[in-house]
Design a protein around this ligand. Sequence first.
Ligand code: GLU
Length: 507
Amino acid sequence: MVKVRFAPSPTGYLHIGGLRTYLYNWLFAKKYKGKVVLRIEDTDRDRYIHGAAENIMSALKRIDLPWDEGPYFQSQRIGNYQNFAHKLIDNGNAYYCFCTSQRLETIRQEQRKNKLPPMYDGLCKVLPDKVVDKKLKSGSSYVIRLKVPAEETVSFDDEIHGTITVDLKTVDDQVLLKSDGWPTYHLANVVDDHLMGITHVIRGEEWLPSVPKHILIYRAFSWHIPTLVHLPLLLNRNKSKLSKRQGDIALEDFLGKGYLPHALINFLALLGWNPDTDKEVFTVTELVEKFSLSQVQKTSAIFNREKLDWLNGYYIRQMNLQRLTRLCIPYLIEGGRIRYIQNRKYKSKIKKFKIQKTGEIVNFRWLKKIVALEQERMKRLDQIGELTDFFFTDTLEYDPHILIWKKTTVDQVKNNLIQIHKILKRISRWRFHAKKIISALHQLANRQGTGEIFWPLRVALSGRKASPPPEEIAEILGKKKVLQRIDKAIEMLENKRITNNHDTSLK
Ligand code: GLU
């Protein structure tokens, strides 16, 4: 049975590249009805960050691709690694090293000076048994190092990179067990992959240089070597490594900005894997069906943010409006636009919200209308506040010049707005719907021109050059506010400083 593992080190957040690794493991396992193991590799106590493992797990839960086994914590399995490290000494594949850190530093400095790669010089590899025994008896501090046969080469197969041969001269006698009894990544990783029955090791390409060391450990125990799969790196558009400096890299950052888990999954699946079709939108089931390691590319994958935005926008458009509104509300609250109010008085189940700036009370249905207006345009959930800001205030700040449509004069715009005001005033409050507004303004628009009427109306209601259709905004705002905003626009145009400056108007 296929068994894969995801083995993050709890050194911070879940990197988006780490999520891609998890996803590929997950898709592969599900395709072959196998299992995904979650193993927290927390043996590097210097880099350990408290709470990071929990963060990683909760981030994984949020994207809803559950693992099947674990989490295992390597820190709870230390005895295992110590046993195996000593077995490696017994079977002649590792040795005790008593070198002090000062000595190691001196070697390193020398190598740096001579532009040589930092490597242990092998002093303790050749210590006579008697000396070793004596040192152990006297309680000298030691580490256990892998005995790398420098005169040999090692070859291994990688599903993506093919056969790779490495000259062991270039491989250091890796420390496997540190002086405090904790294992290093290499030992713990190989021991656990073996003990957990991992059939496929699927991980990032940055681990490729570690493989020769791992192969030597597998060989020393005559263990079966799992199938190795090293995934291409994720790069920024400028080919630099995806790093915190260039913006978001933690899954939480992406979720926080309102990228939908499914959009992220879809996007990451295509980052390095070629489904061999032009299709870009996949359900998780489709991904499981189609996924294959042989279609994973060798070359690095470029993290194309526009594509992610496009996919996210697509999934937002597909979403049920009720659900989308529910997802948008926290962003409106966080942005200080609304506040949830407990409706104890009426013991009603209907949720109510207070608009922070105006003090008005609105309900879920009203918010749903607003979200509906932007569903087509939104690329991320966190844009909702900015896009709909004009619904949450009574004072719009805008440059009155933008009220002017193309070559119309200030007086014409003002007159048009006066006409619009007159017509809309005649519609009753309860019939103040988009359709009704359009038909009421129809004749005027025919006479004056559509742009001449709907442009200034849009600006008067939203304060913006780009917005959803003005009649839709009008319906949500309601008659009273619409008339007030038109009045305000007229008043602004009456200000003597407004000129026919067509450069500022939009085509
Ligand atoms: N603990 C390693 C990491 O942080 C795991 C590498 C591997 O999958 O072997 O990525």
